[in-house]
Design a protein around this ligand. Sequence first.
Ligand code: BES
Ligand code: MN
Ligand code: ZN
Length: 497
Amino acid sequence: MEFSIKALLPGRKTSGCCVVGIYAEREMSAAATTLDNAGNGCLRRLLQRGDMEGRIGSTLLLHDVPGIASARVLLVGLGPQAEFGEKQFRRAITATVGALANTGAADAELHLVELAVGRRDIEWRSMQAACAAQTAIYRFEQMKSQPAKNAPALAKVVLAVKTKSEVKRAERGLARGFALAHGVNLARDLGNLPGNVCTPTYLADEARKLAKQYRLKIQVLERADMKKLGMNTLLSVAAGSSEPPKLIVLEYSAGPKKQKPVVLVGKGVTFDTGGISIKPAPEMDEMKYDMSGAGSVLGTIKAIAAMKLAVNMVGIIPATENMPGGRATKPGDIVTSMSGQTVEILNTDAEGRLILCDALTYAERYQPAAVIDIATLTGACVIALGHVVSGLFANNDPLAREVLAAGETSGDAAWHLPLHDEYQEQLHSNFADFANIGGRPAGAVTAACFLSRFTKKYPWVHLDVAGTAWKSGREKGSTGRPVPLLTQFLINRAGKR
Ligand code: BES
Ligand code: MN
Ligand code: ZN
């Protein structure tokens, strides 16, 4: 889909569809009023008949409205004007794209970024609109033998703004929203691919493609390299699998030479059977999503590289399968991590922390300004927070606040959870420095406690995205979260320093 920005009055130019908003109780937006005037009160009459209440997310398609140049008019419900905010704005865009996809319209002009959304400026509104529209048309069809028959005709979208003076800022937002959407959709593709396709080797190849496209520095460490570095906790997870593990390192360096990088570390378990502590069969297929942290790192790199953000960042992805087998790690095995700390592996299903801890130690060599790890780490986080917000843990409050704010701005929110010292006791081991599990209580917290023992040398945030990275049930699929949060975080950093 192609996007552009134009200063346009609704209904004047021919287009496949002209889209305007209607607030609850049939209250017309400014653009709807302009259309109504051009069409001799046709919208007013229609609203009076009760055909469109303006409920948020509802739509009504009209054809050949007299006095209006567009072939169609689409009314989009915005909900009560007093409640119209960021969420409602994104919802209206998504509903619009959904409704347009069911028509034959090849192009459309949207009078939606014109709407007031709290104190958000035209750049924010354009960025959000472009990203919401582009992610709403996402389909995952790579694995179907036949391409979808009824692919939407919609190819061109004009985001209309009120005045010429807004065009420049809107275009910047549009470009960023478009870049973000491509990052989000890359993360979704990688998540949705099955475990037999999206292996550690596949992730490494994808990373190489990104490196080539955007001229990034890339390094892929193999099993032998990991051995040399002493990454035994990472290797202990890979032990049961025939797929070779990879440690992927991508460097994006568009910031000032001397600026310390932000390091993103993404859990890349391309399939998590649980290992010898094997998982029950129901829903085990969803463990193909256990590389979503890795996918979000690649997606974020794609987004910021396309935006040409002036920041330095490094992406580190420990990638492996977690399988049972004759050589697999057994409960009770003790291994020495790259940091030198020994770990008693009491449950081989708590593997995410085992691969992350070595990657977090590896991150030290970049003397990072900040490290954010992203992982589908615990079922306990899903129980605590559901599918609405990601869990956030930190060893540094200003950094935590910065990440939380990026989540709010991007509509990809996280929630700060505790990391009090008292929880650390749950990791006690009689035989090693500590264990890899802390029992049932506060499972998301003790997982973060485990990681905190490897992140003492830099400001660090851990995002547990177990509940937010994908959806289950009828709508099963990757969400691409938290690419919007991470990208916004880096946009903010690029603006500041
Ligand atoms: N990848 C899972 C976490 C997960 C489970 C995410 C379900 C989303 C849905 C992780 O590797 C895992 O298995 N964690 C265990 C930890 C436990 C053994 C301490 C869990 O959450 O049950
Ligand atoms: Mn597991
Ligand atoms: Zn896992």
